[in-house]
Design a protein around this ligand. Structure first.
Ligand code: AHM
Ligand code: MG
Length: 342
């Protein structure tokens, strides 16, 4: 693996890395690489907007007119527009879908269409923006499977194991992009001085058992008994397990990223008020599940491997238990899951 080790003078840009990865796929046409470049560009643009979030507030709150007399837009709306505009013109997609839009986003007739669809959450955790907590962008790339030249709902409703690429960007103390095309999960850190994503975390491996538990336990009274029992085990109160440290940001990208690198499990269980949890399968659960499996971890919905779920709706929710493999295996055992983790 020529790019796995590097000296500071031989920095590997994301463009170079994507090209090297593409060479490993004998039938690659370059279309997928172009989509990834476009997403990396969008990530840089969103990052620059996020970095100015506090300043935008000074200049005018969302819904107010700014100094130029334009309406201020909410950052999640801006991030959505950036993603759409970065991806629609490339000729590689036949449609897109976003958490921000109820229906599929068509490719305008003035642009060529291609053989992929992308589904994304442009700014996950955006309720955290006002208090300067990390937020992120999550994306999933699928190959078109219907015959019509434009994208249809059926192109999006594919189980997660069919994803051809997936990733996320975290706008944290630095901006990082982590993606996979099924050949490992790789992380890149944005060097703001040169405006490039540089390979910083090649071939990420997540610890097999983690020290962190990320869960919003204000829902505890609404959980089922097996879920309560699982949480007691993670906390070392039942079953003789070593107690985990609880860390919950409330931004999936931030909680997932910490656990991916340091080891741990993120849970968003079903509860009596939300029987499918909160997180969306196609653009939150599935991309993270693809990455975590590539890093040696696992993801389930409590009944099956997350990537095996056949979706029926664009914005459907699914419970999520994701992270270090032994920790997710414990969830599978306590919740009575019968199938294999992966
Ligand atoms: P969003 O897509 O509307 O931002 O919601 C998703 C977010 C996740 O980032 C986070 O893990 C979760 O919602 C937190 O939900 P809760 O406040 O119920 O714990
Ligand atoms: Mg979200």
């Amino acid at each position: 693996m020529p790019v796995a080790s590097q000296s500071p003078t031989k920095a590997v840009t994301i463009e170079r890395f994507i090209v090297e990865q593409e060479r490993l796929l004998p039938h690659a046409t370059g279309d997928l690489s172009d989509i990834l470049y476009d997403i990396a560009l969008a990530a840089k643009m969103i990052s620059s907007k996020v970095r100015r979030a506090g300043l935008s507030d000074i200049l005018g709150a969302a819904g107010n007119e700014n100094v130029q007399g334009e309406m201020q837009q909410k950052l999640d709306v801006i991030a959505n527009e950036i993603m759409v505009q970065a991806l629609e013109a490339g000729g590689r997609l036949c449609a897109m879908a976003s958490e921000e839009e109820a229906e599929i986003i068509p490719i305008p007739p003035s642009f060529r269409t291609g053989k992929y669809v992308v589904v994304f959450d442009p700014l996950d955790g955006s309720s955290n923006i006002d208090v300067n907590v990390p937020v992120g962008t999550i994306f999933s790339v699928l190959a078109k499977r219907q015959s019509a030249p434009h994208g249809e709902l059926g192109d999006f409703l594919q189980p997660g194991h069919q994803q051809v690429a997936a990733g996320y960007v975290i706008y944290g103390s630095s901006t990082m992009l982590v993606y996979t095309t099924g050949q490992g999960a790789h992380g890149f850190t944005l060097d703001p001085s040169i405006g490039e994503f540089l390979l910083s975390h090649p071939h990420i491996r997540t610890p097999s058992a983690g020290k962190f538990l990320s869960v919003n336990d204000s829902y505890e009274a609404l959980w089922s008994e097996p879920v309560k029992s699982l949480m007691r085990r993670y906390r070392g109160l039942e079953g003789g397990h070593k107690a985990k440290n609880v860390r919950y940001v409330g931004s999936l990208v931030a909680d997932f990223h910490r656990n991916l690198l340091a080891g741990g499990v993120f849970c968003y269980p079903p509860n009596a008020k939300s029987p499918k949890g909160k997180l969306r399968l196609l653009y939150e659960g599935n991309p993270m599940a693809f990455i975590v499996e590539q890093a040696g971890g696992a993801a389930i919905d409590g009944e099956r491997r997350l990537l095996s779920i056949e979706p029926t709706e664009l914005h459907q929710r699914a419970p999520l238990y994701i992270g270090s493999r032994d920790d997710v295996a414990l969830a599978a055992e306590v919740l009575g899951m019968t199938g294999a983790l992966a």
